[in-house]
Design a protein around this ligand. Structure first.
Ligand SMILES: CC(C)(CNC(=O)c1ccc(Oc2ccccc2)cc1)c1ccc2c(N)nc(N)nc2n1
Length: 331
């Protein structure tokens, strides 16, 4: 492009490049379906950076160039969660799970199904969007006061900067480091004589605590989004429906969740993922049962810390798994 380029032509070309780059990025980081060679992506990315440098006024907040800020932060601001971030009560046996189910069905007259989900072992995050644009990301903290880590979460390619619809929502999810990225990072740190991370959860937490967003950007973090706040405001009636809707908006949703009617199906789900756990490309520490209809969630409500309509079943710590991790994941 000669420098006869007008700002308008630059704007048009930049929009084409952003559309293409965001589509490629969505396929690769949200759908785990790489559709383009890195070199093609990098070529278009470099052209966009050049255009935006030449004509800064054409920059928009959801340009892929806006994911990695230049500056190093001097700290993270505290922020108040308008809606608290809850934890999950947990049980350690199938019998306790049945007790939870019995207790809940005693209080709730209507019959209802559960949405069964994997419990990702990462860091709980909250993401706020205004008219479809990502405006704030934060950690749970104590559930009421968390840390503003928006700049670092912008570097996580699985987090959309702009949704497919201009909705104003807040979602909750887990930010995690995939096992393969964890093994590579530890091998690298070992080679550099730096302390290694004990597990992917600590590595993800350490990466999100970086004040230099360029370092966070290099840590290959990802997310699974698992809860839509105030779903009733959007006329969404079930957890399983909310997950489907959030996927359509562009969020990365874990594909292993399943609606189960009877307790026996829950057993099968637990056994299936206890067996699959080692082969999954991310750490899970259990499964989560959520009453699927939000009406049931309304009836039983929450305690200060945890919902009464959800429970986490934690897998027994499997030392065999730890040994296998050391062998299998060292690159
Ligand atoms: C269900 C919730 C606890 C999120 N939900 C909330 O944090 C939450 C917070 C206020 C809510 O409602 C209120 C609104 C206003 C005031 C009080 C409560 C409802 C849900 C949760 C936590 C961790 C999860 C995990 N590791 N894996 C999966 N798969 N799911 C998970 N789900």
């Amino acid at each position: 492009m000669g420098n006869l380029l007008t700002e308008q032509a630059a704007q048009k070309r930049a929009q084409e490049l952003r559309k293409q780059l965001n589509e490629w990025s969505y396929q690769y980081y949200v759908m785990d379906r790489p559709t383009v060679e890195d070199i093609a992506y990098d070529k278009s990315y470099r052209e966009l950076v050049k255009l935006e440098k030449k004509f800064p006024k054409i920059i928009v907040s959801d340009s892929p160039t806006q994911r990695v800020g230049g500056r190093v932060l001097d700290g993270f601001d505290k922020l108040n969660h308008e809606l608290p971030m809850l934890s999950l009560g947990d049980v350690f046996s199938k019998q306790e799970l049945l007790d939870f189910d019995k207790r809940l069905r005693k209080v709730v007259a209507e019959d209802f199904a559960y949405n069964c989900e994997l419990k990702i072992d990462g860091l709980a995050i909250s993401l706020v969007y205004k008219n479809g644009l990502f405006v704030q990301g934060s950690t749970r903290g104590n559930g009421v006061i968390g840390e503003d880590i928006t700049e670092n979460l912008k570097t996580v390619k699985a987090i959309p900067l702009k949704l497919t619809e201009p909705v104003s929502i807040e979602v909750r999810g887990e930010c995690y480091m995939p096992k393969r990225a964890f093994a590579k990072l530890n091998a690298q740190r070992e080679a550099e004589g730096k302390p290694v991370f004990a597990n992917p959860r600590n590595a993800a937490a350490g990466s999100l605590r970086q004040l230099d967003t360029k370092i966070t950007a290099r840590r290959h973090l990802s997310t699974f989004i698992y809860y839509l706040m105030e779903p009733e405001k959007l006329g969404i009636e079930k957890q399983s429906e909310a997950l489907q809707k959030m996927s359509e908006w562009g969020f990365r949703i874990n594909p292993e969740s399943r609606v189960t009617a009877a307790a026996t199906e829950i057993d099968a789900y637990i056994d299936e993922y206890q067996a699959k756990r080692i082969a999954l490309p991310y750490d899970i520490d259990g499964i989560v049962l959520k009453a699927d209809p939000f009406s049931v969630q309304q009836i039983v409500g929450n305690t200060v810390k945890v919902p009464r309509w959800a429970i986490a079943y934690k897998f027994p710590p499997d030392e065999q798994e730890t040994i296998v991790r050391q062998i299998e994941w060292t690159v």
